[in-house]
Design a protein around this ligand. Structure first.
Ligand code: AMP
Length: 206
């Protein structure tokens, strides 16, 4: 491990907010372009840009010292990382949605509901906690269209404004998880580089 810190960030909704917080702390980040390892104006900090779902595994393995991800992704990944700081952006919720005209939670014919989701683990866990049996179908995106196409009865997906659900004739029926951005840290790295971790936490949380 080097003495500096490597922070894993996901391209997407949380990226701009995380970079804005670094900027507010006086750290500038160049345009990543196609680079995946990006230096910053702070010699002790560089950024690793990965897919959102990969942040937990990069941090758990120590390839990155810290990362910014959403609680949703973190719980789905079930990674063994520290969560030293909740961050005040990226708020959304993981919810169950069903076509507006259908009954919930019982299907009229008593069938086992099929649920499309990018969050198969959390979806299964939620319905298991209610003692309900469901079939979960894992999809990689465009989840909201699954009921329209007959792929599933319901979906479990992230909701922010609810506009995407409404546009696809879906109604939110239950909240599984309130999610925000969270700073995650590799356990060994935090022990070895505690001062640098505290400094970065001050910058991101301040
Ligand atoms: P909305 O129409 O504002 O409810 O946003 C819903 C769409 O945006 C869904 O396709 C979600 O997968 C996605 N989404 C909402 N919030 C987030 C978030 N914090 N991170 C990533 N994707 C999100």
């Amino acid at each position: 491990m080097s003495t500096g810190l490597r922070l894993a960030l996901a391209k997407g909704r949380l990226y701009d907010d995380a970079v804005a917080r670094l900027a507010a702390a006086g750290i500038t980040v160049g345009d990543p372009g196609r680079r995946l390892l990006i230096p910053t104006s702070d010699a002790g900090l560089d950024l690793l840009v990965v897919k959102p779902g990969d942040v937990p595994v990069y941090v758990e393995s120590g390839a990155a010292d810290l990362g910014v991800t959403g609680t949703d992704v973190l719980r789905e990944a079930d990674a063994d990382v520290l969560e030293p700081l909740a961050l005040p952006f990226g708020a959304c919720r993981l919810a169950v949605a069903a076509p507006s005209e259908t009954s919930y939670p019982n299907l009229p014919d008593g069938r086992t509901p099929r649920i499309a989701s990018k969050y198969p683990r959390l979806a299964r866990e939620y319905f298991a906690s209610l003692g309900r049996s469901v079939d979960v179908i894992e999809v990689g995106g465009s989840v909201e269209v699954a009921p329209l196409l007959g792929l599933s009865d319901w979906i479990v997906d992230l909701v922010d404004t609810g506009n995407t659900l409404r546009a696809n004739g879906l109604t939110e029926r239950a909240t599984i998880l309130e999610s925000t951005a969270v700073l995650v840290a590799n356990r060994a790295s935090q022990k070895l580089k505690l001062e640098q971790h505290l400094r970065l936490m001050g910058m991101l949380g301040g």
